[in-house]
Design a binder for this molecule. Sequence first.
Ligand SMILES: [Zn+2]
Length: 85
Amino acid sequence: MAVPRHKHTRSKVGKTRMHKNIKRVVLSLCPKCKKPILSHTACRNCGFYKGKEVVNVLAKLTKKEAKSREKEIKAVEKETKAEAK
Ligand SMILES: [Zn+2]
């Protein structure tokens, strides 16, 4: 029977088992645009956090991209309003 030559320290064991403890990222949906977001962070798609605009996401986009993004957000807003009624 093979016998281990050296003792494995706790840290060495921990390093080899490190990848077994990787947890799934839990995502929630943005209440404004319904895209998956990390909790407790501003939405990267619409820039809203807790119902307020925190980041102006349209500022860095080109005119064409900004227009399409705005359209997309408005469409989702309409959908949510229709569902609420
Ligand atoms: Zn959003």
